[in-house]
Design a protein around this ligand. Structure first.
Ligand code: ADE
Length: 239
C-alpha cells in the first residue's frame, strides 16, 4: 500500500508517521509514504496557494491550480486512477469498516485542506471520497489524514508483527475489546480476575466474550445493533 499526501505541512505528516509501528512499516517496505508540499506547485514567486473567496467572506480559499498540478505529478505513472480522499468535517465519518475497505487499495491519495476551504472545482475534478474523523472542526486536514493512514496501515499484511492482533480487538466483530491484565497479580489492592489465572482456556474465552458484551452494552450500546452476535451472546445480554 502506498500513501500519498498533498499538504501544506509535509513535515507534520512525515514526522508523525515515521514513528512507532507505522515508522517501522515504512522502513520495512510494508507501506510507502510520500508527503508532497502543495506550495512546490505555486506559480507565484511568494509561493502563494490561496486567495480571497469570490463573493466575499472571512478567510482564504486554496486555489485549484497548484493542487491539480501536484495531483498530476503524483499520479502520472500510476496504471489506474487512485482513490483521492479529501479530509473534511463535511465528509462521511471514518470507521473500521471504511478502513478495511481502503486497506485493499494499491495506492491512496489524501488531500489535506487548510484555511476556510478548497476551491470546489478541484474537489469535483479529482476527489473520490470526502471523509471526516468526527463531528468537530480541526485547523487542518493533516491530523485526520494521519489518523486514517494509521488505522488503514495496521490492516495491511506485514504491518503488525503478530498477524492475529488486528483480529482479536475492538470493532473487528463490532464489539469493544475485553479488559487486559498483566503482572503483578495484585496492584493497590486490586486483583486480577481469578479466571485468567486458572489456565482453563474455555472458561477464559467465555469470560472474555461476556466482558466484551457487557462493556459494549454499557459504553456503546449503539454498536450492538450491527455486531456479530451468537445465540449464546443474545441469551447473555438478555440475562
Ligand atoms: N478538517 C477539519 N476538521 C476535520 C475533521 N473533523 N475531519 C476531517 N477533516 C477535518
Amino acid at each position: 500500500m502506498n500513501f500519498y499526501v498533498m499538504t501544506l505541512f509535509p513535515e507534520m505528516i512525515e514526522n508523525g508517521l515515521h514513528t512507532s509501528i507505522t515508522g517501522r512499516a515504512i522502513r520495512q517496505g510494508a507501506i510507502g509514504l510520500k508527503a508532497v508540499d502543495i506550495r512546490d506547485y505555486s506559480t507565484d514567486k511568494y509561493r502563494h496557494v490561496d486567495d480571497y473567496p469570490y463573493g466575499g467572506g472571512a478567510g482564504m480559499v486554496m486555489q485549484p491550480g497548484p493542487i491539480f498540478d501536484c495531483y498530476m505529478d503524483l499520479t502520472r505513472d500510476m496504471l489506474k486512477k487512485p482513490r483521492v480522499i479529501y479530509t473534511t468535517p463535511q465528509g462521511k465519518v471514518f470507521n473500521q469498516k471504511i478502513a478495511q475497505e481502503l486497506a485493499g487499495e494499491e495506492s491512496l491519495v489524501f488531500l489535506c485542506g487548510h484555511y476556510e476551504g478548497v476551491d470546489e472545482r478541484i474537489l469535483d475534478e479529482i476527489v473520490t471520497d470526502h471523509l471526516s474523523i468526527g463531528d468537530y472542526v480541526l485547523t487542518g486536514g493533516e491530523l485526520p489524514a494521519m489518523v486514517m493512514i494509521d488505522a488503514i496501515s495496521r490492516l495491511v499484511p506485514g504491518v503488525l508483527s503478530n498477524d492475529t492482533s488486528a483480529k482479536d480487538e475492538s470493532f473487528q466483530d463490532g464489539l469493544l475489546e475485553y479488559p487486559q491484565y498483566t503482572r503483578p497479580e495484585e496492584f493497590h489492592g486490586r486483583k486480577v480476575p481469578g479466571v485468567l489465572l486458572s489456565g482453563h482456556h474455555a472458561n477464559i474465552e467465555k469470560w472474555r466474550r461476556e466482558q466484551s458484551l457487557e462493556r459494549t452494552w454499557r459504553r456503546r450500546p449503539d454498536l450492538l445493533e450491527h455486531a456479530d452476535l451468537t445465540r449464546t451472546d443474545r441469551i447473555y445480554l438478555e440475562s
